[in-house]
Design a protein around this ligand. Structure first.
Ligand SMILES: Nc1ncnc2c1ncn2[C@@H]1O[C@H](COP(=O)(O)OP(=O)(O)O)[C@@H](O)[C@H]1O
Ligand SMILES: [Mg+2]
Length: 272
């Protein structure tokens, strides 16, 4: 049976502020979902809450993987269970080389019970695999010798995330604006790469404002988030509509959602 990642009635607070207000989403491995919505609607918050970022407090609802509670697992355990997120703003880890980072991460994901300090996957196997993936992605092998995201250009950071995705082969991958800061050619390459490294075998949640990233990964479902809720779910055509026409119709159809969230935020700010 296919793996299922399920989000039910998810409410999330960030620093005490309500951000997500009842999100429902079911991802089946092998499906591609696009997640769209205006800035500040809660898309990144959803991803970070799924990954277990400590700042994103789940106050109500459930996140399960094949029926098992993810919420009680640490971020590390969630990654080992096969859930991956490519961050909108990846962090630099100066002093840690891409290759070492990837060898650790790949070993841990493949042997979820590995104890810290236990043996890593054999260097020769790792090198062979890394070289193959990098050549598929048309990346220079030198790249793996650089420190993780340290001084990377926007484009290089996004490529580094895709290389991680290729090496980890997660069950589910959340790609948070993997197109941001990239020029049109780079987005096309990213879209192709995601498809090539086996995106179709994963459950993909692609957060994007641009249709180019979806070109090689056409979504079966498109979700629109507004004010911390998914207000509409449709097919590929919904993504096309929003790319072409923006969010005016969504805002007009669900006028209360964004406003309600803003009002809550304003009240919080005013200390009411
Ligand atoms: N770490 C954080 N600290 C404070 N506020 C946050 C944090 N992360 C998100 N928020 C707030 O939550 C709301 C949703 O943000 P976000 O999930 O980043 O939206 P999107 O990804 O859709 O643009 C925004 O109002 C944002 O300011
Ligand atoms: Mg975001």
């Amino acid at each position: 049976m296919a793996d299922v990642l399920k989000i039910e009635n998810l409410h999330v607070h960030v620093e005490g502020k309500p951000i997500l207000r009842g999100v429902n989403l079911k991802l089946v491995r092998g499906e591609t979902h696009a997640l769209m919505g205006p800035n500040g609607s809660g898309k990144s918050t959803l991803g970070l809450a799924i990954m277990g970022h400590p700042k994103y407090e789940v106050v109500e609802g459930a996140i399960t993987l094949n029926g098992e509670d993810l919420l009680e697992r640490s971020p590390d355990e969630r990654a080992r269970s096969g859930v991956f997120m490519a961050f909108q703003r990846p962090v630099a880890i100066p002093g840690v080389k891409m290759a070492d980072f990837l060898r650790h991460a790949a070993t841990n994901v493949r042997n979820p019970d590995r104890k810290e300090g236990a043996e890593l996957m054999p260097m020769r196997d790792f090198r062979r695999e890394l070289k193959a993936r990098m050549s598929e992605l048309k990346m220079d092998v030198e790249f793996a010798r650089r420190y993780v995201n340290d001084g990377f250009s926007g484009g290089e950071m996004k490529r580094a995330e895709i290389l991680q995705l290729a090496m980890l082969q997660p069950k589910f991958a959340i790609l948070d604006e993997t197109d941001s800061g990239l020029d049109a050619d780079a987005v096309r390459l990213a879209s192709e790469s995601i498809a090539e490294i086996g995106g179709k075998e994963m459950g993909l949640l692609i957060i994007t404002h641009h249709d180019k990233l979806l070109e090689h990964n056409p979504p079966e479902f498109t979700h629109v988030m507004l004010g911390g809720r998914i207000v509409e779910t449709g097919s590929r055509e919904l993504a096309d509509e929003l790319h072409n026409l923006g969010y005016d119709r969504i805002r007009a159809t669900y006028p209360d959602d964004e406003v309600e969230n803003r009002t809550l935020l304003d009240k919080e700010k005013a200390g009411v």
